[in-house]
Design a protein. Structure first.
Length: 376
């Protein structure tokens, strides 16, 4: 009996120790960090209408800026500062709530990534002009037969949430059906055998990285941020589609498969490498992929899709490392890999390096922090 008591006491004390190790950051501190990071961005980009100059002028409604506004809308959902709403509204109004090349010619997911933000704004304050171009573009995609246009996995995040949000807004199943058809093609049929390698639980970025392509260490190439885009997509669509939607469980199954794979390749310092299975190939801290993984895992814990005891240490280790090692005192974000499609792009990635675009990294960080804030 005494031995049983001692064993039970040890388990109890161990549990207390685990709880302390898993202590969630104070909400006020998390919010303070998010505001600081976003204030830095807005201070350095006071005119939201201005294009980005990266080798050439690029309009401010391209995908990089859309990702920033996804993050800003997430921050607004927990801290509804009028500055955030007005900054987003002015951006959308300047573009007539339209997308690059307009709804008639836009079939490229990078160009209609902004539709998901427009729909969020419409939901906050319904005005037909906010929704008109987004709905016209999605209907054009829905009413034409192509399902093979998401030929790179980033497109899953740029494209799917708009369909999911429009389906929820209208109550029409056809939007959910179309996004499944396009997702399923990329997942199962693009390239030789689809982009999702169920064996490893991770995605090849596009058909160029299908086997026999290998990383220097002989492993398959799984690019961190590309997998992060897909992982974040599950959050953004599962928040929208109904509980009885035909393919909801399919998305959940893929989310769980990815979660297990991502858990296995986290770095000791909490970050993830740009090459998930080859830490020697431009190995080192990288913020965007890490942010998107934190976003997904924190949401999974909160919605009870992921076991709290198993995944909370992973999430907190990553978030604490991001705040400690990547956030500069003035709110600038280090360790952001610039645009590209594989580990070698946008290098070097360091504490002081500046990526080619300054917007999407902030968006990814805001998405992650907004979910950390919601954890209890």
């Amino acid at each position: 009996m005494k031995k049983l008591f001692i064993a039970a006491l040890a388990l109890f004390l161990g549990g207390i120790g685990m709880l302390k190790a898993q202590e969630i950051p104070d909400q006020k501190e998390t919010l303070k960090t998010l505001i600081k990071v976003n204030d830095f961005y807005m201070k350095n980009n006071p005119d939201c209408r201005q294009p980005s100059y990266v080798n050439k002028m690029r309009p401010s409604n391209i995908w990089t800026r859309a990702v920033y506004y996804e993050g800003l809308m997430a921050l607004y959902s927990i801290y509804p500062d009028d500055r955030y709403y007005n900054y987003t509204y002015q951006w959308g109004e300047f573009h007539d709530w339209n997308m690059v090349r307009g709804e008639t010619w836009t079939r490229h997911a990078d160009n209609y990534a902004c539709t998901q933000v427009y729909i969020d704004m419409y939901n906050l304050c319904p005005d037909p002009k906010v929704l008109r171009h987004a709905k016209a573009n999605l209907n054009m995609l829905l009413n034409t037969p192509q399902i093979n246009e998401w030929t790179w996995i980033d497109a899953i995040q740029m494209g799917m949430p708009g369909f999911a949000k429009m389906g929820k807004l209208t109550g029409e199943q056809k939007y959910f059906d179309k996004m499944w058809q396009m997702y399923e093609y990329t997942r199962n049929r693009l390239g030789d055998n689809g982009m999702f390698n169920l064996k490893d639980g991770l995605w090849w970025r596009d058909a160029d990285f299908d086997p026999p392509y290998k990383e220097p260490n002989g492993e398959d190439c799984y690019w961190s941020r590309g997998n992060g885009w897909v992982y974040a997509t599950y959050v953004r669509i599962l928040n929208e589609i109904p509980a009885d939607e035909t393919h909801r469980q399919d998305y959940i199954n893929d989310f769980l498969t990815m979660s297990k794979a991502l858990k296995a390749c986290q770095r000791e310092d909490g970050f993830w490498n740009v090459s998930l299975h080859d830490p020697t190939h431009f190995g080192g801290k990288e913020l965007t992929g890490t942010s998107l993984f934190v976003y997904g895992m924190a949401w999974g814990i909160r919605t009870r899709l992921l076991d709290r005891n198993e995944y909370l240490p992973i999430v907190l280790k990553a978030w604490n490392a991001m705040v400690k090692d990547a956030v500069h005192p003035n709110g600038y974000l280090g360790y952001v890999q610039g645009t590209g499609k594989e580990p070698k792009d946008g290098q070097p990635v360091t504490y002081d390096s500046k990526p080619d675009f300054d917007d999407f990294g902030t968006g990814c960080f805001l998405l992650a922090g907004s979910e950390i804030y919601k954890l209890q």
